[in-house]
Ligand binder design. Structure first.
Ligand code: ACO
Ligand code: ZN
Length: 225
């Protein structure tokens, strides 16, 4: 009971009577049976999609000894079970980012990178596609760090002239409770190393498609631009 009250307080600013689930991130009204069952279903679906006991054949591209996690790569023409997993994760990511209908069907040459935790769960996913150009996002003229506490909220502009790029990040997502621990950065490091065989992709050649607020902040930090 206590934790439920706490959740009500936490999400109070969102909507009266609304709570946000700490695990799946969904905001819903717990007094509303329709909302409750929608949440229940989403929550269970999320956990089952993210469960990852491991495959016999995995393309492990990196292992992290410190926490026994690893990154695996799945490509668009891998066996059905692998591609299905990416599609399921893509649906979950789409729901959270607000485009639930966006399917992978149009992305014919994608490579997906999954961050797998020691406890056999997908904690992050990045879907990358070949591109030839991107539009640079330009931050407002370099603010001085000290007198700009809200620098994360500054407006962003795009150059109108395209620049060459080698890889497009069409989706990047990290499980809510695992954010700000460097998982997205590790995924992008893997993309840059493995997306093109035999050549390493510079940060300046990575383009982010249609980034969210989180995505822009992460991208500017990661690329240093
Ligand atoms: N706000 C401000 N800065 C951020 C944020 C944020 N939300 N996220 C990352 N950063 C910056 C920080 O400087 C961070 O370093 P720090 O934690 O030491 O300060 C640095 O980027 C590296 O961050 P990571 O820990 O590697 O990133 P994380 O694993 O948390 O994943 C992500 C970032 C993928 C954006 C995550 O917040 C997420 O899944 N958000 C919801 C889905 C989403 O919006 N994805 C981006 C869509 S855009 C696209 O897909 C092209
Ligand atoms: Zn939930």
């Amino acid at each position: 009971k206590e934790s439920r009250e706490q959740m009500v307080v936490d999400a109070g600013q969102k909507k009266f009577g609304a709570v946000q689930c700490e695990v799946c991130g969904m905001v819903y009204r717990h007094a509303d049976p329709g909302d409750e069952s929608t949440h229940e279903k989403f929550h269970q679906d999320l956990l089952s999609v993210l469960k990852f006991p491991g495959w016999k054949k995995e393309r492990v591209v990196q292992e992290f000894a410190e926490d026994c996690s690893r990154i695996i790569m799945v490509v668009h023409d891998d066996p059905k079970y692998a591609v299905k997993k990416i599609e399921d994760i893509n649906n979950i990511m789409g729901k959270e980012m607000g485009f639930p209908e966006a399917s992978l069907a149009s992305k014919s040459k994608y490579k997906a990178f999954l961050f797998i935790s020691e406890d056999k769960k997908v904690d992050g996913c990045c879907i990358a596609e070949p591109v030839t150009q991107g539009y640079r996002v330009i931050p407002e003229s370099q603010p001085s760090q000290s007198d700009n506490p809200q620098s994360g909220h500054r407006p962003w502009y795009c150059n109108s002239d395209p620049e060459p790029a080698a890889v497009g990040i069409s989706r990047i997502w990290v499980f809510g409770q695992q954010r700000r621990r460097g998982i997205a950065s590790k995924l992008l490091d893997a993309v840059r190393q493995w997306f093109q065989y035999g050549s390493y992709i510079e940060k300046s050649q990575v383009a982010f498609s249609d980034p969210t607020g989180d995505g822009k902040m992460f991208a500017s930090k990661y690329t240093g631009m």
